[in-house]
Design a protein around this ligand. Structure first.
Ligand code: DPP
Ligand code: ZN
Length: 850
């Protein structure tokens, strides 16, 4: 397959003035009639021939200005001779949604029809210029006996055909690209509400779910209303239609999709009740509802010129949803969580064979570029820009962006030009964040002389696939300085590093200060700084920047762990004493304390070992981490029961951040207690829990403690009817299993009749759950690799997109020893040799193998 290149961009030959679609729904033979008003695009290539995308369509008829035509069909579309001026294209195609297991285009999930068109699914619905820079208003008519028929925009006329089939019409006045098209038809119930916008527009809000799920929508609705109000207050953005519909579906490749006026969600990110959803689920629902809603402006009103510009909408929208969640909950806690995610997913990607720039310059399958780099690093780049230009100029630039580009399909150049115009800065060097892959390494040397303290930084970005040489980036380094007594002598100052090596000095200091570097994680870099445990403990105790307090504790834990893995060193007393202080400090937010107590993941330790030039042994890492957790438990033992009780709040479950923070710290206390009492308290907790956060938390600890058999069975009896809860059950058993049992456990679970592997959530729960058990997945026998490899080969036949995304479990192979590398390469080669492997998976496997 041919790679698509950014440099080859050309506009389409025509402009679409209007789209009229009619759907006659049928599981095996849906008819789609499309009528497009077209005219030549003065900015595009001129000619009397037009290309429309189309895949897997049966063309029934086609006409131009009412006269039948016979286009030339190709595997990916059709060519047709067209008149010189404006004309009307009409065609009718037949498709079979029932057989569409790839979940792209129009498909069926539990008897309901739904669509997923981003990035290139619309071409599986009808022939169309399926590219984001072609924007048009859509009128849609749906004919079906299904009780609820939805599409984008505002509802229009309804009626009944001569044969009794009902029809409804929808009109979306806002020009949109085809990837934002959506249609849903099914037996659905609405949880409804209303919202009045700042300019008094009354908006009907509906969350559509399967009968029986209506009582699990309240939290998503509340999050939606808060998102709508927040976008008005913070970004001055109002909603622009009379209705906003959200539909929950069980079979969905992604988290959710921002189709104009008709968001479609993986049901996992909508449905919640205290009994079935965890605190983490609530937090994700809030964040994803906000994310998709915010796309209405950053993505829909202003969209992307081509898919290379994906970060234009995703980076900005992730940044906005992170801001929102911080405002709704706790800014420092949210920042720590986001950085944890960034390091776990994006740094891992950026330091392996799949590294690519935030704006890639070529792809074979665009679905493979919905990555942590485009999304999360894309959001970091916006955060840096905001830090560099300041809040006021950021606000001005955003106002200009919305004003200048409303209705456009824009580029990163357009975005940066807005900032250049507002701030008069030259952002050419800054734009390297969009084009250079890899995580910059920042090292620092310090000198103190006659009251002047100097920081000398050096930056270096390692080579990544296709990019051997890197140029220096603009790195905003937020710095504060503390005096030896813990007081802050220099408050947060943003240093702007632009050179490969650069020094910054601070004068008039009475004593050598302790630096707090990269406060708030001001840039997505790896900071190498030699410092001793005492200094880290000092920062953990005194830093005024909450992020860096956490970071100090984190690096302390990591250092301890690396020494435990390498030289079997005993856990450091400094570290345990520092934890003891944090734990007892009631002035600290419980959610923050929980984050400080959490140990770095096994994958994180493996990456650090690799960065230091050591080959990680997953088993040794697991043992060391377990030993450190045990040492934590013993050192903190006298305080744990009281902490557990103090964090036990009376009254019914509420999902707010404060209550969730108490539960998080309470769970850590229980987890440590379980290491001392063998699980007695966790067993009591499992019996008395009245919410999923605590029930699942206790179950995981019992599995880890080897006392899972009976509670696992009881949990399945209780929740067997609930798909979303059972996903957690599958995932937890392999994730918390002792490493040597993880693969067998996964094999057994995969045999169960309720392991519905074609459902992406189930597949990810079990297969992804095993991969997340690092020592189990990397079992020296290679059984974990083979198990996952076989399942990926099988799923590829059914659902290429989900398969391709899951191949990333193998992206860390270059870290490991020769035996493991050989076994992983063998697994990947076997996948690569699967007959009729999808383009999606083929591209990923070949990039991972390098
Ligand atoms: N555009 C979706 C999202 O990120 C993913 N397809 O919200
Ligand atoms: Zn998005």
């Amino acid at each position: 397959p041919q790679a698509v290149r950014l440099e080859d961009y050309t506009p389409w030959s025509h402009v679409v003035d209007r789209v009229q679609l009619t759907f006659r729904l049928d599981p095996r033979a849906t008819r789609v009639i499309s009528r497009l008003s077209l005219e030549p695009n003065p900015a595009g290539p001129q000619g009397r021939r037009m290309f429309l995308h189309g895949e897997g369509l049966t063309l029934i008829r086609a006409s131009i200005d009412g006269r039948a035509v016979t286009p030339d069909l190709t595997p990916d579309g059709l060519y047709c001779d067209v008149p010189e001026g404006p004309f009307t294209w009409e065609c009718e195609v037949e498709i079979a949604p029932e057989g569409n297991t790839a979940l792209e285009g129009l498909y069926m999930s539990n008897g309901m029809y739904c669509t997923q068109c981003e990035a290139e699914g619309f071409r599986k619905i009808t022939y169309y210029p399926d590219r984001p820079d072609v924007m048009a208003p859509f009128d849609v008519r749906v004919e079906s006996a299904m009780p609820v028929l939805l599409s984008n925009g505002n509802p229009g006329a309804t009626g009944t055909l001569a044969d009794g089939t009902p029809w409804v019409e929808w009109h979306d006045p806002w020009p949109k690209p085809s990837y934002l098209f959506a249609l849903v038809a099914g037996d659905l119930r609405a949880h409804s509400d209303r919202f009045t916008t700042a300019s008094d527009r009354d908006v009907a809000l509906n969350i559509w779910v399967r009968p029986g799920d209506e009582d699990r929508c309240a939290y998503a609705m509340d999050a939606l209303k808060r998102s709508m109000a927040w976008d008005e207050q913070v970004y001055g953005r109002e909603y622009d239609l009379d209705v906003f519909n959200i539909v929950a579906v069980d079979d969905f490749n992604m988290g959710a999709m921002e189709n104009k006026g008709l968001n479609i969600f993986n049901s996992k990110y909508v449905l919640a009740s205290p009994q079935t959803a965890t605190d983490r689920d609530y937090e994700l629902i809030e964040g994803i509802i906000a994310h998709e809603y915010f796309h209405n402006w950053t993505g829909n009103r202003i969209t992307c010129r081509d898919w290379f510009q994906l970060c234009l909408k995703e980076g900005l929208t992730v940044f906005r949803d992170q801001q929102f969640s911080g405002d709704q909950r706790s800014v420092p806690v949210k920042r720590i969580e986001d950085v944890l995610q960034l390091r776990a997913r994006q740094f891992r990607e950026d330091n392996g064979p799949l590294a690519h720039p935030v704006r890639p310059s070529s792809y074979i399958e665009i679905n493979n570029f919905y990555t942590a780099t485009v999304y999360e690093k894309g959001a970091e780049v916006i955060g840096m820009l905001k830090l560099l230009v300041g809040d006021a100029q950021y606000a001005e630039a955003l106002a200009l962006y919305f004003d200048r580009h409303d209705g456009d399909a824009a580029t990163i150049e357009d975005w940066l030009a807005v900032f250049e115009d507002v701030t008069k800065r030259d952002l050419r060097q800054f734009s390297r964040w969009y084009t250079q892959a890899g995580t910059p390494r920042l090292s620092v040397e310090e000198t103190f002389d006659a009251g002047t303290y100097t920081l000398r930084f050096r930056q270096r970005t390692p080579p990544t696939p296709g990019q051997a040489e890197k140029l220096p980036q603009v790195i905003p380094i937020a710095v504060g300085l503390l005096a030896p007594d813990g007081s802050e002598v220099v408050p947060t100052t943003v240093l702007e590093m632009t050179q490969e090596e650069q020094s910054f000095s601070f004068d008039g200091l009475a004593a050598r200060p302790v630096p707090s570097l990269l406060r708030g994680f001001s840039a997505p870099v790896i900071l190498d700084r030699a410092s001793d445990a005492a200094e880290r403990a000092f920062l953990l105790a005194h830093d005024t920047d909450a992020f860096n307090r956490w970071e100090a504790g984190r690096s302390l834990a990591k250092e301890v762990l690396l020494r435990m893995v390498g030289d079997n060193a005993p856990p450091s007393a400094d570290y345990l004493a520092a934890l003891d202080q944090v734990l007892a400090d009631d002035t600290l937010d419980p959610a923050f304390r929980a984050l400080v107590l959490q140990l770095p993941s096994e994958d994180d330790i493996a990456q650090s070992l690799h960065d230091n030039g050591t080959t990680p042994d997953p088993t040794a890492i697991h043992i060391a981490r377990d030993a450190l957790a045990h040492a934590q438990a013993e050192a903190l033992a006298p305080k744990l029961p009281a902490l557990f009780d103090a964090m036990t709040r009376p009254g019914p479950y509420t999902p707010d951040a404060e209550a969730a923070g108490c539960r998080a710290l309470r769970h850590i206390a229980l987890s440590l207690l379980t290491r001392l009492d063998g699980g007695d308290r966790a067993a009591q907790e499992f019996d008395r829990a009245d919410n999923m956060t605590e029930e699942l938390g206790a179950l995981g600890l019992l599995i880890r403690a080897g006392r899972g058999t009976d509670p696992v069975a009881r949990f399945a009896e209780r929740w067997g009817h609930d798909r979303l809860v059972m996903d957690k059950w599958f995932q937890l058993q392999v994730n918390m299993a002792p490493p040597e049992q993880a693969v067998t456990r996964a094999e057994t679970l995969a045999q169960r009749p309720d392991f519905d592997w074609k459902n992406p959530n189930k597949f990810r729960a079990l297969i992804g759950g095993l991969a997340a058990n690092a020592a189990g997945f990397h079992d020296p026998s290679g059984a974990g690799y083979r198990f996952v490899g076989e399942w990926l080969s099988r799923l590829d036949k059914v659902n290429p997109q989900t398969t391709a995304r899951m191949t990333t479990v193998f992206e860390t192979w270059p870290r490991y020893d020769a035996d493991r590398q050989d076994m992983i390469r063998e697994t990947l080669t076997r996948i690569a040799n699967t007959p009729d492997l999808s383009r999606d998976t083929a591209e990923m496997v070949s990039r991972i193998l390098g």
